[in-house]
Design a binder for this molecule. Structure first.
Ligand code: AMP
Length: 379
C-alpha cells in the first residue's frame, strides 16, 4: 500500500511516501516556516499544495492509497490507530488543551488533506496510544481527583509509536514471544523517554501529562520540584516565560550550553567541565529510572536503546551502563562502538541481561498501522 505519512507541526510539515509491501521510502520532504510569510507557505493548506506538487514531480508518481497522520495526543479515548472522519477530527480537536503546540497542527494537517483529497482514507496514529495500558497506580498523580475529572490531569506518556516499534523488534531479535517480553526501552533523542514493558505492553513511562516530565532532554528539564514553578511565578515570571524556560532553555542546553549530544561528548573529551557535568546529570538520572523500571517490570529481560542518541552515541550508552553495576549489566566495548543500521546486541557475554540497540522508524510504524486500518476496513 502507498501511504503518505504526515507529521504536522505548528510551523513545519514533514512527510514521507512509504510503500508498505516493500518497506521503501518513495519520497520525503520537509516544509518549514508555515505561516511565517516571506518565502514560507501561507498556511497548512498551502503547505499541502506544496507537498502535492513535490509528489507529482516525483518519478514514482503512482496514486496514494492512504494518509497516515502522527497525532501527538489521543487522550484517554484513543488506544489504537483510527480511521479519520469528521467526528474523529473533532475529538482530536477537543484534546487541543492537552497538547496546545501539537494537536492543533495535527488537525490542520488532517483538514488540509480532507480539502485536497476528500476520498483518500486518513488514519490517525497517536503518540500516547501505546501507553493506554498503564495501570492506574502508574498514571495517577497524588493530587485531588477533581483535577483529573475536570482537566484530565494524569500521566499519558508519549513517543508511543517508537516504543511499540522498538519493543516488537527487540523481542524478535531475542526470539522471545512479545506477550512474554519484559524490558526497559530508552528512547534517547532530542526528547527523551523511558518505558517499562511488561508482557509486551507499556506499564510505565517517564513522560507524563506533557512531554516535560521525566528525564533530562535536549532543551527540557525533566523532573523537578513543582514548588520551583510557584517560586518562579512569585518572582514575577508569567506562565509563558516559565513554559519557555523549562521546555526550551533547560536540559542539556542549560547544563552544557549546547544540546547536540555529539558536540557535548566532544567538549567533555576536550576537558569542558560543564559538558562533563551535563553528561553526568543526564546519565545519572537515566540510570536511576532504569533501575526503577527494572523493578516495575519484575525483572527486565533486556535494556534497549533507540533514537538519535540511543542509536548513535556509544559514549553516552557506555556512561549510562557504567552506572548499572548493581544490576550486573555490562557492555562489550567493541560491540558498543560498532556501527550498524540494524538491531544488535551490545552487551558483554557475562552481562546479567542483554543490552540492545534497535533503530526506531516512526514513519514506517505509522505507514504500517495506516495500511492495517485501511485494509481491515476494505476487508
Ligand atoms: P532525534 O530526536 O532522535 O533525531 O535525536 C537527536 C539527538 O541525537 C541529538 O541530540 C543529536 O546530537 C543526537 N545524535 C545524532 N547523531 C549522533 C551521533 N552520531 N552521536 C551522538 N549523538 C547523535
Amino acid at each position: 500500500m502507498r501511504v503518505l505519512v504526515i507529521n504536522s507541526g505548528s510551523s513545519s510539515l514533514k512527510y514521507q511516501v512509504r510503500e508498505t509491501g516493500t518497506n521503501t521510502i518513495e519520497a520525503h520532504g520537509l516544509i518549514e516556516r508555515i505561516g511565517e510569510g516571506a518565502g514560507g507557505s501561507a498556511d497548512h493548506g498551502a503547505a499541502m499544495d506544496q507537498v502535492a506538487a513535490e509528489l507529482e514531480g516525483a518519478p514514482a508518481g503512482k496514486p496514494l492509497d492512504a494518509v497516515g497522520h502522527r497525532v501527538v495526543h489521543g487522550g484517554e479515548r484513543f488506544g489504537e490507530p483510527v480511521l479519520i472522519n469528521n467526528e474523529i477530527t473533532r475529538a482530536i480537536e477537543r484534546l487541543n488543551p492537552l497538547a496546545p503546540l501539537h494537536n492543533p497542527a495535527n488537525v490542520l494537517g488532517i483538514r488540509a488533506i480532507t480539502a485536497k483529497w476528500p476520498h483518500l482514507p486518513q488514519v490517525a496514529v497517536f503518540d500516547t496510544a501505546f501507553h493506554r495500558t498503564l495501570p492506574e497506580h502508574a498514571w495517577r498523580y497524588a493530587v485531588p481527583d477533581s483535577l483529573y475529572r475536570r482537566y484530565g490531569i494524569r500521566r499519558y506518556g508519549f513517543h508511543g509509536t517508537s516504543h511499540e516499534f522498538v519493543t516488537t523488534r527487540a523481542a524478535e531479535l531475542l526470539g522471545v514471544p512479545l506477550e512474554r517480553f519484559n524490558a526497559v526501552v530508552a528512547h534517547l533523542g532530542n526528547g527523551v523517554s523511558l518505558t517499562a514493558i511488561h508482557g509486551g505492553a507499556s506499564v510505565d513511562t517517564s513522560m507524563g501529562f506533557t512531554p516535560l516530565e521525566g528525564l533530562v532532554m535536549g532543551t527540557r528539564s525533566g523532573d523537578l520540584d513543582p514548588s520551583i514553578l510557584i517560586y518562579l511565578q512569585r518572582t514575577g515570571l508569567d506562565a509563558d516565560e516559565i513554559d519557555t524556560l523549562l521546555n526550551r532553555e533547560s536540559g542539556l542546553k542549560a547544563l552544557a550550553g549546547i544540546n547536540d549530544m555529539r558536540a557535548i561528548v566532544d567538549a567533555a573529551d576536550a576537558g569542558d567541565q560543564r559538558a562533563q557535568m551535563a553528561l553526568a546529570v543526564a546519565s545519572y538520572r537515566l540510570a536511576k529510572y532504569i533501575g526503577g523500571y527494572h523493578v516495575a517490570v519484575g525483572g527486565a529481560q533486556a535494556l534497549v536503546f533507540t533514537a538519535g542518541i540511543g542509536e548513535n552515541s556509544a559514549a553516552f550508552r557506555a556512561l549510562v551502563v557504567s552506572r548499572l553495576g548493581a544490576l550486573g549489566v555490562t557492555l562489550d566495548a567493541g560491540a558498543n562502538r560498532g556501527r550498524s543500521g540494524s538491531a544488535r546486541v551490545i552487551s558483554a557475554a557475562g552481562s546479567a541481561i542483554p543490552v540492545l540497540v534497535v533503530p526506531t522508524d516512526e514513519e514506517r510504524a505509522i505507514a504500517e498501522a495506516t495500511a492495517a486500518v485501511v485494509s481491515s476496513i476494505h476487508g
